[in-house]
Design a protein around this ligand. Sequence first.
Ligand code: HEC
Ligand code: HEC
Ligand code: HEC
Ligand code: HEC
Ligand code: HEC
Length: 179
Amino acid sequence: MIAAAEVRSQRPYSPTGGAEFYTPAHPSVLSAMKDFFGYHPAPHQPIAFTHKVHLAAGLQCVVCHAGVTSGPEAQLPSVRLCMTCHQAIATEKPEIKKLAAYQARGEDVAWQRVYDYPPYSHVKFNHAPHIRAGIGCQACHGDMTQQTVAVRSVNLTMGYCLSCHRQQKAPVDCLTCHY
Ligand code: HEC
Ligand code: HEC
Ligand code: HEC
Ligand code: HEC
Ligand code: HEC
């Protein structure tokens, strides 16, 4: 079984920084238009996950997003992690039955991404330095205690990144955030 977090770490990586290949081009006119209007369709998640309930129960983000303090990617939890609790908790609920069926099939949940950048934007982001600098998750993801499945409540445009970088004297050269 491949954990979701493992699948998600397969990102394009350029050891040279790859600045010479940088291009703002879009693969299609449609994707260019979607970007122009800042259009991000609401994802339809395969399971009605709820941040609200788990956070109210006192769970920390890092329990499920294990990479967030240590590396570039926060990562998404595997079914196995969910089932450490849900083999005993709320087992009669329909959504938990679905979850158990995934595990029985040896399959992971194909969560749709909420925050990410298309490859042609060549954005490189790293969670760890932000968490070390004491920036709360809500600065970039809004108040998760009020969200069931995650919604794109903050529009993480380049202008948004830059205004905080200028304010906090973090680096602003292009290669800080682009490869
Ligand atoms: C540390 C334990 C723990 C982990 C890990 C955990 N949950 Fe939960 N989950 C709970 C608790 C506690 C509740 C509240 C149960 C209740 O209200 O009866 C809950 C409730 C839920 C519900 C709501 C059920 C309903 O219909 O009321 C869903 C859906 C759910 N969890 C899915 C997941 C998924 C998916 C994962 C993995 C990404 C996960 N949980 C990981 C403890 C956990
Ligand atoms: C400075 C802004 C910022 C902060 C602070 C931040 N994030 Fe993110 N987060 C992002 C961006 C940008 C992405 C999309 C990155 C990409 O696709 O390359 C992202 C993606 C994610 C993802 C998707 C999976 C992944 O690995 O990319 C999760 C989960 C996540 N963040 C959780 C968190 C948690 C938990 C915290 C707090 C402990 C946090 N984030 C703090 C900006 C931020
Ligand atoms: C019990 C496990 C669990 C906990 C605790 C949890 N999350 Fe999540 N998170 C998930 C799951 C499962 C998804 C994928 C479904 C979705 O998008 O809501 C997710 C998705 C996200 C996303 C969207 C990722 C993307 O696709 O870009 C963000 C952002 C996020 N979580 C932030 C947080 C923050 C911040 C906290 C703590 C305040 C937190 N999460 C706590 C399980 C958890
Ligand atoms: C709320 C403030 C804030 C926001 C918003 C923010 N950053 Fe940062 N970022 C920082 C701070 C502060 C540091 C420096 C941390 C340090 O000194 O180690 C940093 C560091 C970084 C680094 C590591 C730089 C290096 O070489 O050490 C990258 C990459 C980065 N940010 C990318 C982004 C991107 C991309 C976005 C937008 C999605 C973003 N940041 C949004 C405050 C922010
Ligand atoms: C602090 C981080 C940060 C810095 C520094 C930065 N950018 Fe960006 N840039 C981003 C993010 C994030 C996006 C994606 C925005 C989106 O998709 O809404 C982006 C998008 C872009 C795009 C649009 C690409 C596309 O088609 O989607 C261009 C062009 C661009 N940046 C050029 C630059 C140049 C040139 C510099 C240096 C002068 C620079 N950026 C510095 C974060 C940064």
